[in-house]
Design a protein around this ligand. Structure first.
Ligand code: CO8
Length: 261
């Protein structure tokens, strides 16, 4: 449906797969790639044929090897802020996307690529995946939310270690510290990611959206507000046909057929 130069989208069985394909540069993010990722997500939020999104990088070597260093090398202080903010906005959109977004990481997820994976809700890593934030070796810091989000995922101590050393971590280590949700054989990456996405897609779409909203707002706010929001969203779901269907299906010992209403 959305085929740009570097980003293509395929939709099948309620799952949209968004593939970043700039293999000659290990899928590095230049402004066009960032804009095309944004455009790819445009239609997916409101498309009832999509319940889960998989984000991946083409080829065998990389998810995304970072922001394009050739572009970064030309920036000045003002453009530095601007390119950082533009990228942050797209990643923020992914983080707050109303449908679950799963990153399938089959190789390097470095710098902006690691940050992109972290902005997704879940990460499936192949055994070849390598995560890292090597920015300080280039004289910069992570600028797409890496200094903010990584600590929430793996804890401050581990995040500080990754950012200050710039060292890559293996898929196995990423799973140990909570950076990857699952590690799978390289050749099974897309199949296993689709399987996970499929398990999620079977659930009630509005409940998925409200669950994400409640969890992500909770980590950004105080306990009282978060608990109140959870109750409100919980109550809201009682107005959905899908709640009636989900509970009826349980009581009638059949599989629920959710409509997202
Ligand atoms: N940017 C531009 N080009 C890249 C990048 C990148 N991040 N990564 C790889 N490439 C290019 C290489 O230059 C090379 O191009 P060419 O063939 O034209 O010389 C091609 O991709 C293949 O790469 P290699 O030959 O280097 O492949 P290797 O297998 O030898 O090495 C590595 C793979 C280890 C991944 C290596 O390519 C590497 O170290 N890449 C850079 C990784 C990196 O430092 N990433 C962080 C970049 S900074 C960043 O992401 C900041 C994010 C926040 C920005 C906020 C403000 C904008």
């Amino acid at each position: 449906m959305n085929d740009n130069t570097y980003v293509r989208t395929e939709i099948q069985d309620l799952i949209a797969t968004v593939t970043i394909d700039r293999q000659a540069k290990l899928n590095a993010l230049n402004p066009q790639v960032i804009a095309e990722i944004d455009a790819a997500f445009d239609g997916l939020g409101g498309d009832p044929a999509v319940r889960v999104v998989i984000l991946t990088g083409a080829g065998d070597k990389a998810f995304v090897a970072g922001a394009d260093i050739g572009v970064l090398a030309t920036m000045g202080p003002r453009t530095g802020v601007a390119v950082s903010r533009e990228g942050q906005e797209v990643l923020r959109r992914i983080e707050r996307f109303p449908k679950p977004v799963v990153a399938a990481v089959g190789g390097y997820a470095l710098g902006g690529g690691c940050e992109l994976a972290i902005a997704c809700h879940l990460r499936v890593a192949s055994e070849r995946a390598r995560f890292g934030l090597p920015e300080v070796g280039l004289g910069i810091i992570p600028g797409y939310g890496g200094t903010v989000r990584l600590a929430r995922l793996v804890g401050l101590g581990r995040a500080v270690e990754m950012v200050l050393t710039g060292d890559m971590v293996t898929a196995e280590r990423a799973a140990e510290i909570g950076l990857a949700n699952l590690v799978v054989p390289h050749e099974d990456l897309m199949e296993r990611t689709r399987k996970l996405a499929g398990r999620i897609a079977r659930n009630a779409p509005v409940a998925l959206e409200m669950a994400l909203k409640s969890m992500y707002e909770a980590v950004e706010s105080n306990m009282e507000h978060a608990l109140e929001l959870e109750s409100t969203l919980f109550g809201l779901l009682a107005s959905t046909d899908d709640m009636q269907e989900g509970m009826a299906a349980f009581l009638e010992k059949r599989r629920a057929a959710f409509k997202g209403e």
